[in-house]
Ligand binder design. Structure first.
Ligand code: HGY
Ligand code: MN
Ligand code: MN
Length: 414
């Protein structure tokens, strides 16, 4: 007699606590940046849990981690469910981890119930989703869907580490995971994630069914001036890139978002060289993260950033150079997979709303090769990429229950 697979909420919440201790920060968040020692520890813990259950584990050349549960028809391509384990430097306990650990919990629930699915199901922990240590983000899912990764070998991280070295060490740290080539046919992909915005909580809605993701673009701006003595260089002799950078950032922040409420422009990192208290900087570099649901607006805003940086640099007799380090066009998810998730929500007699994701996710790239969609749960005050990120335990479990039902339906098409 087969039991009905049920999410074990206590086990899932215990797992979330255990993973939150890996890279835990004093303020209650996590620092588990891609290919770091902490990231490797989290991958090891997940792998050991999987091996204990007798699941097969694999990794590919970009260190995507896969945990496989067989289906009745091994010839069918697997359904993938999962998210990521890497975090922001001062990240939250749920961004990525909730989706990855809920996917593993779904596999355990199927195993506990000895339930059979037609297609195999594989849990995936995508490598380097965040991109904060090694830009660009979503490296794992980009590589999985055919991105040319040759240029990544020379990437140096925000901490000066070599991507190639850190990636090699990460793969070597999990010899139990059989190596497989990057990319394979899959039957579909479902990702559970926190909303990372305020709307579900504001509307007291337990589930969001994500129908699309907006576009993201990252720019690296560098303004070059002339280093000089802070005490002896009068105004007329200064070519100060700091003044130009601040003027450019101020102009952008007082025009772009106030005039276009769908636009998102963020300067997350700024650095001066040589960074000495008593030297006019030689150069100042800063990052720009642009988001917009309409591609043509992304282009227009990028053009504006370029124009404003060039003008403010020139006003200080400096020069600005701008490099695009990441371009992730937005996309709509598969209506079929959205329907599978909505049917799962209804089968659990839950309300839900359809929504577009303001954050990018691995699902955006996976949607290029297979039917994909996402499930969102509320997070407190919409906070994320913040150590205070929090999800009510009941909402976390509800999200996992929807993921399980949707996975069962997607892996056993009628
Ligand atoms: O930046 C993002 O949108 C994602 O949360 N990494
Ligand atoms: Mn995430
Ligand atoms: Mn994130």
């Amino acid at each position: 007699m087969t039991l009905v697979p049920e999410i074990n909420g206590e086990r899932l919440l215990g797992r979330l606590d255990a993973f939150a201790r890996i890279g835990a920060t004093p303020a209650g968040g996590v620092n588990r940046q891609a290919f770091s020692v902490e990231d490797r520890s989290a991958r090891r813990l997940l792998a050991e849990l999987a091996l204990e259950r007798g699941f097969a584990i694999f990794q590919d050349g970009i260190a995507n981690l896969f945990i496989r549960r067989e289906g009745s028809d091994a010839t069918l391509p697997p359904l993938l469910i999962g998210s990521h384990l890497d975090s922001q430097p001062t990240g939250g306990r749920f961004d990525g981890a909730l989706g990855t650990l809920s996917a593993f919990e779904a596999l355990e629930a199927l195993e506990d119930a000895k339930a059979e699915t037609k297609a195999p199901i594989e849990v995936v922990a995508w490598a380097n989703e965040e991109g904060s240590r090694f830009a660009p983000g979503v490296m794992g899912s980009m590589a999985f869907t055919g991105a040319d990764t040759a240029a990544w070998k020379s990437i140096v991280g925000s901490d000066g580490a070599s991507l190639a070295t850190e990636l090699e060490a990460t793969i070597a740290a999990l010899p139990e995971a059989r190596l497989r080539s990057t990319g394979m046919p899959i039957s579909g992909y479902i990702e559970l994630h926190i909303e990372q915005g305020p709307s579900l909580e504001k509307e007291r809605m337990p589930i969001g069914v994500v129908t699309a993701v907006q576009g993201t673009r990252w720019l690296e701006v560098s303004i070059e001036g002339t280093a000089g003595h802070a005490g002896t260089t009068g105004l007329a002799y200064r070519r100060d890139p700091m003044v130009a950078a601040i003027a450019a950032i101020h102009r952008l922040q007082t025009t772009i978002m106030p005039l276009d409420t769908s636009a998102r422009l963020t300067v997350g990192r700024i650095a001066a060289q040589p960074g000495s208290i008593n030297a006019i900087p030689q150069s100042v570099s800063f990052t720009v993260d642009l988001r917009h649901p309409q591609p043509e607006r992304l282009d227009a805003i990028e053009a504006e950033v370029r124009e404003v940086c060039a003008a403010e640099a020139e006003a200080q007799h400096c020069t600005a150079t701008i490099k695009r380090s990441f371009d992730m066009p937005g996309a709509a998810f598969s209506p079929d997979m959205v329907k599978i998730i909505e049917d799962a929500v209804s089968s659990l007699r839950l309300p839900h709303k359809q929504m577009i994701s303001g954050a990018f996710h691995d699902a955006l790239f996976i949607a290029r090769v297979a039917p994909a969609a996402m499930i969102f749960v509320p997070c407190r005050d919409g906070l994320s990429h913040n150590e205070a990120e929090y999800v009510e335990p009941a909402n976390a479990v509800t999200g996992a229950r929807v993921l399980l039902q949707a996975a069962i339906a997607a892996a056993s098409p009628r």
